[in-house]
Design a protein around this ligand. Structure first.
Ligand SMILES: C[S@@+](CC[C@H](N)C(=O)[O-])C[C@H]1O[C@@H](n2cnc3c(N)ncnc32)[C@H](O)[C@@H]1O
Length: 421
């Protein structure tokens, strides 16, 4: 269903309203106090010399504060008829009238620059273009409204978008924590909601560093929000890597736009390859923190740090901040499961080494997205280097997690990221 001129006209009607008439000297005071109750699109009408009236949404019985105002300022109440149409109606009013009774108008969406994206429920899909157009018309700061379709098995973690209304452009500029991030929402991974998580880890790294230089290996950096922010906030040196060539394009742009060329080095390769190249001295980068933000798979990459000391000759071991999914009814059970997976790559790992454990999101009641911070253990670091053969089950894990993550995103949006009044 599309919003046609005929549909707009079908909303046109006249409505009886209460109009308040007053001396022009009281207009400012009235507007200040009762602005919300002025009928949308209504203008002050001259009734007699120095007397004007305005249509309102008040109904009998009138609220006490209005009654007092009327008495004090000697106002008159007039019954009037106003013409109501699409232009003067709110998003909710329009959709309430146009959608069938069993279909709710979506009450939340997420904003990325001038893009709004919904995760529409199946029953809303036949009305998706209508919903998109109404949202666009009622929010002048938006240029594009899209629906995020169910994610596919997708290494780059990019969403599948369907344009509902506005420009077919997914370019955006997002300000975050003092940096400006350029991105294309269709071509790269982006999640505005990770803002506070980045904030949390940056604070924690500051605590751990205790004044020492911070050197971060950001292995799955996307368009670089974490590296850029920690470079700016904590004067850190970062090697920022992502496999997606589109991320690499925006990462380079973001580094230049935010003037951190001397602090953030961009790379475009597989994460494991980066570490191997550091070991082989093809890449010269000394690091004391590893940031691994690819929840579906990051834990599987930990094996590359087994044999770290043998490969680098270093005894000072890096801190690792790794994201992943785990199932459990409480932190203890989640940590247990998370740890079992870490041990596969780092045989010396023991849960007593965990410095911080944090649940970011509830995917389902039992399944959570978590972040775990620990210092690489001596036993794993001093073990023989040797990559762990990845199990066949990895792919099904990937899909399972992918679906769960998608469910969670839908829950999040239903929880009204941006509320529609
Ligand atoms: C969940 S996103 C995180 C992006 C970024 N940390 C952020 O907060 O915006 C994970 C990123 O990992 C990248 N990626 C997937 N597999 C990779 C690999 N084997 N090596 C390096 N990057 C990879 C994807 O392209 C994606 O941009």
């Amino acid at each position: 269903m599309k919003l046609t001129q005929e549909i707009k006209q079908s909303l046109q009607k006249t409505q009886k309203v209460l109009s308040i008439q007053m001396d022009v000297h009281h207009i400012n005071d009235f507007t200040k106090r009762f602005k919300k109750s002025i009928f949308s699109g209504s203008r002050w009408q001259l009734e007699q010399q120095n007397t004007k009236s305005i249509a309102t949404t008040f109904e009998e019985p009138l609220p006490e504060d209005l009654q007092e105002f009327i008495k004090e300022k000697n106002c008159q109440i007039l019954e009037k008829e106003v013409s109501v149409g699409y232009e003067s109606m709110s998003y909710n009013d329009v959709l309430q009238q146009l959608l069938p009774k069993n279909v709710q108008a979506p009450q939340g969406y997420e904003i990325i620059g001038k893009i709004a994206h919904f995760n529409l429920a199946p029953e809303q899909l036949p009305y998706k273009y209508l919903i998109g157009q109404v949202l666009l018309d009622k929010n002048k700061h938006l240029q594009t409204v899209c629906n995020k379709l169910e994610k596919l098995h997708n290494v780059y973690r990019t969403p599948q978008l369907e344009l509902l209304a506005g420009n077919n452009s997914y370019d955006a500029i997002v300000p975050e924590g003092g940096v400006r991030l350029f991105l294309n929402f269709e071509k790269v991974y982006w999640c505005t909601r990770l803002y506070s998580e980045r904030e949390r880890i940056i604070k924690y790294i500051k605590e751990l560093a205790n004044g020492k230089n911070i050197k971060v290996l950001d292995l799955f950096c996307g368009i670089g929000p974490f590296s850029l922010r920690i470079a700016k906030d904590l004067n850190a040196q970062c090697l920022a890597n992502d496999l997606n060539p589109e991320c690499f394009y925006y990462l380079k742009k973001n580094i230049v736009e935010n003037k951190v060329q001397n602090q953030v080095t961009p790379l475009n390769m597989d994460a494991r390859e980066v570490v191997l190249k550091i070991y082989n001295k093809e890449i010269d980068f000394d690091f004391n923190h590893v940031y691994m933000n690819l929840p579906v798979l990051a834990i599987n990459f930990l094996d590359v740090f087994k044999g770290f000391t043998q490969k680098t000759g270093k005894v000072e071991l890096p801190y690792i901040h790794v994201y992943g999914f785990a199932k459990g009814k409480d932190d203890q059970e989640l940590i247990e499961q998370f740890s079992l997976r870490i041990v596969k790559g780092l045989p010396g790992f023991d849960k007593s080494q965990i410095l911080r454990f944090h649940v970011l999101k509830n995917v389902t009641k039992m399944k959570k997205m978590c972040c775990l911070s620990f210092q690489l253990d001596k036993k794993s670091a001093e073990s023989e280097f040797g990559l762990v053969e990845q199990e066949d089950g990895n792919n099904s894990d990937f899909e399972d997690d992918e679906k769960m993550e998608q469910n969670e995103l839908i829950e999040d949006v239903v929880n009204k990221k941006v509320k529609i009044d």
